[in-house]
Design a protein around this ligand. Structure first.
Ligand code: CP
Length: 321
């Protein structure tokens, strides 16, 4: 695996291999000295054209824990504001001698464009492209599910039989697309829950169930986790808005609050990729409840990103962990 562009590209065994490597990485992070020499002498650039808190900082943490040299590039404050193209930016950064590009971009397909160009020979890892894919987010979500649901020794296991509802703004969500692809590859059953206005055209062809009725989906049972999605107001206003009548109505129909949570078994996990709109798609009480694994998702992101960097850059031959 030279690049990681989409969870669609991962076989069941490749995905389980990444989760297993992440589990080994997580073990190393319990040591007093967390730094590993695996990527010593390699240079990774974090090329971020869109804002990020979790993904960017956890990639940087993962790179430093693996002893890589790190270049952080933000489009804001760079020559992108003077009109420099993606090609010229990649070639300019590439001229400094880099081994990997971690890229976030508002254009769907940007990571694929870089990976399959003659602009660079570097490994490309997609850190989120438009509404298309966010593969490391889906991998950290799968890792979190496996840790909680597949017993004390989940190494080698997939998510066969696990039920996950993904709820909210599916239309604008690269997290939803990446998770549908990955979770189904791993044997989970996924149901998307959203108003018709927030589901993409052609969703009926995806390998998952679709529901417009959150309460009915909760009542039907069979869920091990409920993954709430951020209402992506910035993408909605750019498209003229009008996706739902009001924030209150959206919360009433599709928000996860204490009343809905109380109708779920105590073991059902509450997930959210962040950043959250507290009070819109999820209440603070639910986000901070004992069933919430939202902060743990962030922690698991470091181990997943260490695993992805290690496997793409060394092919798993980076020495003892
Ligand atoms: N989940 C996620 O991608 O968060 P950030 O936008 O903060 O990176």
């Amino acid at each position: 695996m030279k690049h990681l562009l989409s969870t669609k590209d991962l076989s069941r065994d490749e995905a389980v291999g990444i989760l297993d490597t992440a589990a080994h990485m997580a073990e190393t992070q319990a040591r007093e000295i967390k730094k590993l020499p695996a990527l010593r002498g390699r240079t990774v650039v974090n090329l971020f054209y869109e804002d990020s808190t979790r993904t960017r900082n956890s990639f940087e943490t993962a790179e430093k824990r693996l002893s890589a040299d790190v270049i952080n590039f933000s489009a804001k404050g760079s020559s992108v504001s003077k009109g420099e193209s993606l090609k010229d930016t990649v070639e300019t950064i590439g001229a400094m001698g880099i081994d990997a590009i971690v890229v976030r971009h508002s254009a769907s397909g940007a990571a694929h464009r870089i990976a399959h160009s003659d602009w660079t020979d570097a490994t490309v890892i997609n850190a989120g492209d438009g509404t298309h894919q966010h593969p490391t987010q889906a991998l950290l979500d799968a890792y979190t599910l496996r840790r909680h649901l597949m017993g004390p020794d989940p190494l080698g296991q997939d998510l066969a039989g696990v039920g996950v509802a993904i709820v909210g703004d599916v239309l604008h969500s690269r997290v939803a697309r990446s998770n549908v692809d990955l979770l189904t590859t791993l044997g989970a059953h996924v149901t998307l829950v959203a108003p018709p206005t927030l589901l993409p055209i052609g969703v009926e062809t995806w390998q998952c169930g679709v529901s417009y009725d959150f309460d009915r989906t909760l009542a039907e049972g069979g869920l091990d986790a409920v993954m709430m999605l951020r209402v992506q107001a910035e993408r909605m206003s750019a498209a003229g808005g009008g996706y739902f009548p009001s924030a209150n109505e959206y919360s009433r129909e599709y928000g996860l609050d204490s009343a809905r949570l109380s109708r779920l078994p105590a073991g059902v996990l509450v997930m959210h990729p962040g950043p959250m709109n507290r009070g819109l798609e999820i209440t603070s009480v639910v986000a901070d409840s004992a069933q919430s694994v939202i902060v743990e998702q962030v922690a698991n992101g470091v181990a997943i990103r260490m695993a992805v960097l290690y496997l793409t850059l060394t092919g798993g031959q980076g020495g003892a962990l």
